[in-house]
Design a protein around this ligand. Structure first.
Ligand SMILES: NC(=O)c1ccc[n+]([C@@H]2O[C@H](COP(=O)([O-])OP(=O)(O)OC[C@H]3O[C@@H](n4cnc5c(N)ncnc54)[C@H](O)[C@@H]3O)[C@@H](O)[C@H]2O)c1
Ligand SMILES: [Fe+2]
Length: 381
């Protein structure tokens, strides 16, 4: 279990509360992306960063689903690594890169190659993370995920040193998310919470964290997507996502994420979209091994029939998840996403190789069973 020591700032209208975090820090490195940097709220934060004559170096080109090469390029282009605070404003892609930069800018830091080879970071520069999607919960996890195109998959660099000093959950920063991104990233958070809740490494703390996040998410995901300017729903989704990240820090994801990594690594499917396609088919396989926990999650759904037996509730939850993905208009098959059916076997090899996550699953799955899951993601002939 990992202790999360970040100081949290949250709420609508809380941007000015960032000022004290910046006090006395002269050299600022801001990471963001081309969509986020244009937002009015981001510009308000940039103005705050520039106050008091601070030097602010901005990198606003972090790509979605970043690879090791993207991070290496950013490090190479940095004119100076003497930084007092690293600020990340963006989705999981930006936040993961900001976390890595907070480590790579620390004096006597290990190189990115060394970190990828499994060496552990020891220090970081002070960091502030501001998520603009409500999904990855990266601001609460010790993970930074990078695509490794040569191996057609993703890897995680994992260390508590990556956890940020400050996190700001500011709902105004998420209102500009297009509906398809709000839906897919929201489903990513749901996967974190459900997978951690049902993982073999779950414990009473992670269960508590996961159930609180699930309570918030199941009550807010529909309204947050349909009413982007509903700041209360957007803040609740930010919290659900944060709890999902904290659940990862205390436990770990499994089947959905293991099967999703090759889809992101090889076909560049957006992380939340790949997870959304996999959610119900994977949870159908997990269900017999987690009937009671599925039933507890069912009980959190507003309006759910709580008089059902646990077995009935567990089946009803799987059906609810499939229906949720459908009503959020997320894709439900891989063929339309450019994945050929002939790759099912190699995708299954790659998924089974994500042992770090597969080991957390409450059931062991064979190569045939993983192939079976991928098969259901293609239209029936
Ligand atoms: N560190 C972790 O624990 C962890 C957990 C899960 C996923 N991840 C990683 O996070 C990445 C995915 O992050 P993500 O799902 O948040 O998406 P993302 O950061 O890749 O962003 C997706 C797209 O949405 C846009 N966007 C984001 N916020 C927006 C806003 N408010 N308004 C308008 N556009 C906006 C971005 O510009 C981008 O084009 C993947 O690389 C994944 O592997 C990390
Ligand atoms: Fe995820």
């Amino acid at each position: 279990m990992i202790t999360i020591n970040s100081t949290l700032i949250s709420g609508a209208g809380a941007i000015p509360a960032l000022a004290p975090v910046l006090a006395g820090r002269q050299r600022v490195l801001l990471l963001s992306d081309a969509n986020i940097i244009k937002l009015e709220e981001t510009q308000q934060i940039v103005a705050l960063l520039r106050n008091e004559g601070r030097d602010v170096y901005i990198i606003d080109s972090v790509p979605a689903e970043p690879s090791q090469h993207d991070v290496a390029n950013i490090v190479r282009e940095l004119p100076d690594r003497t930084i007092d605070i690293v600020v990340g404003i963006g989705g999981g892609s930006v936040l993961d890169v900001a976390k890595l930069l907070s480590v790579l800018c620390a004096p006597e830091s290990k190189s990115l190659e060394a970190l990828l080879a499994g060496e552990k970071p020891t220090h970081r520069v002070t960091s502030l993370l501001i998520p603009t999607t409500a999904g990855t919960g990266s601001e609460a996890t010790p993970n930074a995920i990078l695509a490794i195109p040569e191996q057609s998959t993703k890897v995680g660099i994992i260390s508590p040193v990556l956890l940020p000093d400050y996190v700001a959950l500011l709902p105004e920063l998420t209102t500009s998310m297009p509906a398809h991104i709000a839906s897919s990233t929201g489903i990513d958070a749901l996967c974190h919470l459900l997978e951690c809740y049902t993982s073999t490494v779950a414990n009473p703390v992670s269960d508590n964290v996961a159930l609180t996040g699930l309570y918030k998410l199941l009550r807010n995901i529909d309204v947050a997507v349909s009413e982007p300017h509903n700041l209360n729903a957007r803040l609740e989704m930010l919290w659900a996502s944060y709890y999902g990240g904290a659940a990862i820090a205390h436990a770990g994801t499994h089947l959905v994420h293991a099967l999703s990594y090759p889809l992101g690594g090889k076909y560049h499917l957006p992380h939340g979209v790949a997870n959304a396609i996999l959610l119900a088919p994977c949870m159908k396989v997990v269900r017999p091994h987690a009937v009671e926990k599925f039933a507890r999650v069912w009980d959190l759904i507003p309006g759910a029939d709580t008089a059902l037996s646990d077995d009935e509730k567990s089946h009803a939850l799987v059906a609810y998840l499939a229906d949720l993905v459908k009503r959020l208009n997320l894709p439900d098959n891989l063929e339309t996403m450019g994945v050929p059916r002939s790759d099912i076997s190699s995708l299954s090899d790659a998924a089974l190789n994500v042992k770090r996550l597969m080991n957390n699953a409450p059931c062991t799955v064979s190569h045939d069973e993983v192939q079976g899951i991928y098969h259901t993601l293609f239209p029936k002939n």
